[in-house]
Design a binder for this molecule. Structure first.
Ligand code: PLP
Length: 954
């Protein structure tokens, strides 16, 4: 009998490619666990009270090719029209060498946030380039590794100003000629923390009530290039802090904010090679004066040295991270936009200062030619100055917009005017066509002599910038290609090894999921394009929101928040607005267990809550007695309880239903942090087991790659009563809660990734993925427990989708720390698990469903081999300071020359035989964090100049 033809079609199913272990491997893991079936293990793991009774209603899995075809149908429903809308989003050309070798390259996009700097030197260097570009162009001293978008960056500038200013007022001035979406995000962020926004012209700065800070734009929203020096002086007289929103390309030609005396500059680096993507993801930036470095939000890459005195990069001032500062954090930002920041920094390196100047001059000249042509036709161009944008007063806005569209352009629409913005992709033909469409008379370059050029010499920048060698070296494609390869070769990403980071869900980012994000029908769409041009996008988004609602059991989902942290903020704002709608303005306390992720407390403070910490018991569960007493204590001020489920300890707490009920009985709402949804999909639904609202991390459970620290998407899901309080947008609706992101659908450009994932997995495939993730975590717990005790388990001795192994006793007895084990894993070719979160002195391991048993075993074998090395320290054979654990990671250079260590070179670099065929060497040895923090250097310099004299090795 031949195999039935139907079975011959099944072999290429995506589900079995995404899920690492084959059925026989699953059997093997289950038998190691001593259970007869998946069902038996799940019975021991999940509380029956929360188990879903119905299978996940998401339809059948669709093969890769068919899923791509279906998405293509949606993409084709988007209409690509040349955008002159501007408003912070412009056309750009991603240099193909960067598009293919960074944006489309898993060595870059599957990397994790560089918390383990020795295996992240490549991307750290790329981020340092980005920071340098930002400081050079804005004329300020320090910049961070990116923020989420221009709107949230402006909000971060506002809160930074509040921290720095000595003025005793809660008033913050915003110049009226600011992009409307930026103003909207500022409003959303100001109100809960008691900041009063004063929006208007600079004369308001003379009001005696004063301000603690101010935000200006140049170019302004309407296109004027303004020297704000006098206004900034006025702000300083008031004791305030001045921030300027700017455009990095405009800064190439015009006086940058730093030269006007600004304390802070923010903006978006989108036009440096990152497609518009219907609103994101793009890297926003913040730059500030040196003295403000410590109050900057987000991560900053800094220069330090390793044990041999080599210059080495790392995240500076890591103790400022919200993981540690919690409710005292400077911001809730965690995942940022690193992949896009890297692209922007590399774009700048590719063009160099001369190339950028040519692009900027060209854009500015085209704008001048357009202004002359419009004026020659008798049109009323409002601007006296311009870089790339003109505002034109017209009698009939609809007619102007329609004739522009007839000519093939989208333009900006305002009450009595239209706006046009030119960019890197604009040509003389673009200018002639739009000028004609608006009723002007095209002029040529020669016709400009008499016309003002919009950027008088007093507004022009005269200093040199980007003089560092990195901006001179990579202008040939070969040099750039090899630079990109060299950088990515320094790093460990998912294309080399499993990255078993607890809480981060580093699963497969399948190629088929990634392919559509660079289709121009998705990539080249302006976020404010007319609805009839974005039908496919909006169908895809609505479909995705619906499926996420089905998975979570909520009634409505919004994908607007562009990171988990922003989803938390949006969800807590919904709770706050709900209480207020009930007349319960006093419900301002948010209970948070001590084990929570640091963003939780930071988000609660941003949303206007007071945080009260709830204890955990010895088993790692929420201490129900303490919860009860805190609920009683805060009485009718109880606003919310914010918990993570399964808990950050990696277990399914049985009491969760009861906990939710107690909070509801006391009038509070329940927020479940959905970062651990990879343990729930298909098995349980937070919207059904008692929660009112959750955020999800599409960059964890739903396959958006981590990008070395972003992008992410953090949708917020709510039950029906909270639906009216989902985030709104000034250009879409007037919802009760304002915008949390600058674009209506946040980072829409990467939503094809989770859409493809859901389409290719189907309901049954997703459920199976969750089951395998739980089986694999329990398998690791079983294999490692006798070597490193597993800290927390559920009632029946099982963990959820991750497990915490406890090194504290080992550390006490031998001196070997979690750091030593993490660094030693690099010698074995692995990325370390999550270190010291949620419990100091522990490692949290999450394999996900995508790792094969072979890879999981390779990791467990490495951990066990390291345990035997620890024994040799314990037995006194090696002094801890001269052990391979403390000397880890070993560079190739260290193996040369004299060798005076008590262990062999082989053991140092090739602790297991498998490494002999393919060995990854970190480019630097262990990095000295404290040195980098004391000597803060956060931009590129000639690295040789920074190296301190070599310390003796050995
Ligand atoms: C990752 C994570 C967050 C934060 O999400 P971001 O997207 O990084 O802002 C919040 N809570 C938990 C438990 C997480 O693991």
């Amino acid at each position: 009998m031949p195999t039935p033809i139907s079975e011959l079609f099944e072999t290429d199913e995506f589900v079995r490619r995404h899920i690492g272990p084959a059925p026989a491997d699953v059997e093997h893991m289950l038998s190691t666990l001593g259970v007869g079936s998946t069902e038996e293990l799940l019975d021991q793991t999940l509380p029956p009270s929360i188990r879903s009774t119905e299978p996940l209603a998401l339809g059948e899995a669709v093969p890769e090719v068919e899923a791509l075809r279906r998405l293509r149908v949606l993409a084709d429903k988007n209409e690509q029209v040349t955008s002159l809308i501007g408003m912070g989003y412009t056309g750009t050309i991603t240099p193909p060498v960067i598009a293919r070798n960074v944006l489309e390259n898993p060595a870059w996009y599957t990397a994790y946030t560089p918390y383990q700097p020795e295996i992240s030197q490549g991307r750290l260097e790329a981020i340092l380039n980005f920071q340098t570009v930002v400081t050079e162009l804005t004329g300020l001293d320090v910049a961070n590794a990116s923020l989420l978008d221009e709107g949230t960056a402006a909000a971060e500038a506002m809160t930074m100003a509040r921290r720095q200013s000595k003025a005793k007022t809660q008033r913050f001035f915003v110049h009226h000629d600011t992009h409307p979406q930026t103003l909207a995000v500022l409003h959303t962020r100001a109100e809960p923390v008691g900041v009063e926004l004063v929006v208007g012209d600079v004369d308001l700065l003379d009001d005696e009530a004063g301000v603690f800070g101010a935000l200006f734009s140049t170019p302004t929203s309407s296109g004027a290039v303004v020297d704000w020096t006098a206004a900034i002086e006025r702000v300083h007289e008031l004791g305030g802090v001045a921030a300027v929103v700017t455009d990095p390309l405009a800064c190439v030609l015009a006086t940058p904010p730093g030269r006007m005396g600004a304390d802070i500059a923010v903006g978006s680096a989108q036009r440096f090679g990152v497609p518009m993507g219907f609103g994101g993801p793009h890297a926003a930036f913040v730059a500030a004066r040196e003295k403000a470095a410590r109050s900057m939000p987000g991560r900053i890459v800094g220069v330090s040295t390793d044990t041999a005195g080599r210059p080495a990069l790392r995240l500076a001032l890591q103790t400022r991270e919200q993981h540690i500062r919690r409710e005292k954090a400077t911001s809730n930002i965690c995942t940022a936009q690193v992949l896009l920041a890297n692209i922007a920094g590399l774009y700048a390196a590719w063009h160099g200062p001369e190339g950028l100047r040519r692009i900027a001059e060209r854009v500015q000249r085209l704008t001048s030619i357009a202004a002359a042509g419009l004026r020659a036709g008798g049109l009323d161009v409002v601007n006296d100055s311009w870089f790339d944008t003109l505002t034109v007063r017209v009698d009939d806005v609809d007619e102007a917009v329609a004739s522009a569209l007839d000519a093939g352009f989208n333009i900006r629409r305002s009450a009595d005017s239209v706006g046009i913005t030119f960019d890197e992709t604009s040509t003389l033909d673009t200018v002639a066509a739009i000028v004609t469409a608006l009723g002007g008379t095209p002029v040529d370059d020669g016709g400009l002599d008499e016309a003002p050029d919009g950027l008088t010499s007093s507004l022009r920048r005269s200093d040199d910038f980007m003089t560092q060698s990195v901006f001179a070296r990579y202008h040939s494609e070969h040099e750039m290609l090899r630079y990109l390869r060299r950088l990515s070769d320094k790093d460990l990403a998912l294309d080399r090894t499993m990255i078993p980071l607890g809480s981060c869900t580093m699963k497969l980012n399948a190629t088929s999921e990634m392919v559509p994000i660079t289709w121009p029908e998705f990539a080249d769409i302006h976020p404010f394009a007319p609805d009839d041009q974005t039908v496919g996008y909006r169908e895809m988004i609505a479909d995705l929101e619906q499926r996420l609602a089905t998975i979570t059991g909520y009634d409505a989902v919004s994908v607007q928040p562009n990171a988990g942290s922003q989803g938390e903020f949006a969800g807590l704002l919904a709770i706050r607005a709900f209480h207020r709608s009930q007349g319960d303005d006093q419900r301002t306390v948010c209970l948070i267990p001590e084990s929570a992720h640091g963003t939780n407390a930071a988000s609660a403070v941003m949303a206007g809550f007071d945080v009260v910490v709830v204890a955990c018991d010895d088993a790692g569960n929420v201490d129900v007695d303490d919860l009860e007493s805190k609920i009683d204590g805060v009485a009718d001020q109880l606003g919310a309880l914010m918990i993570t489920y399964p808990s950050t300890h990696g277990v399914f707490e049985t009491a969760v239903g009861d906990i939710c009920a107690r909070v509801h009985d006391a009038g509070g709402q329940v927020y479940v942090d959905g970062a651990n949804l990879n343990a729930l999909v298909g098995l349980a639904q937070p919207g059904k087991f008692g929660a009112d609202v959750s955020h999800l991390n599409l960059h964890k459970t739903f396959c958006i790659p981590h990008g070395g620290g972003g992008p992410g998407v953090g949708p917020v899901g709510v039950r029906e009563h909270l639906r009216p309080f989902l985030p709104g947008h000034p250009l879409r609706s007037d919802a009760a809660v304002g915008a949390v992101s600058a674009a209506p659908h946040g980072s829409a450009g990467i939503l094809p990734i989770p859409w493809m994932y859901l389409e290719m997995m189907g309901g049954a495939g997703l459920t199976q993925a969750t089951e395998v993730a739980i089986i694999a975590a329990n398998y690791i717990a079983a294999r490692l427990d006798e070597h490193y005790p597993v800290l927390y388990r559920g009632e029946h001795g099982r963990v959820a989708h991750e497990c915490i192994v406890d090194l504290r006793t080992i550390t006490k007895d031998t001196g070997v720390s979690v750091d030593d084990v993490a660094k030693r894993l690099m010698d074995y070719g692995f990325h370390a698990p999550t270190m010291s979160f949620p419990v100091a002195g522990t490692l949290m391991i999450e394999p996900t469903e995508s790792e094969t048993v072979r890879e999981i075993d390779r990791f467990c074998d490495a951990m066990i081999a390291i345990r035997t090395e620890i024994e040799r320290v314990a037995s006194g054979e090696w002094a801890i300071d001269d052990s391979p654990l403390r000397h880890a990671p070993h560079t190739s250079e260290e193996l040369l020359g004299d060798w005076e260590r008590p262990y062999s070179r082989e053991l140092g670099a090739f602790p297991v035989d498998g490494l002999r065929q393919a060995k990854y060497f970190p480019p630097v040895s262990r990095i000295d964090g404290a040195y980098g923090d004391r000597n803060l250097v956060c931009s590129c310099e000639p690295l040789e100049a920074l190296a301190r004299p070599a310390a003796p090795v050995g």
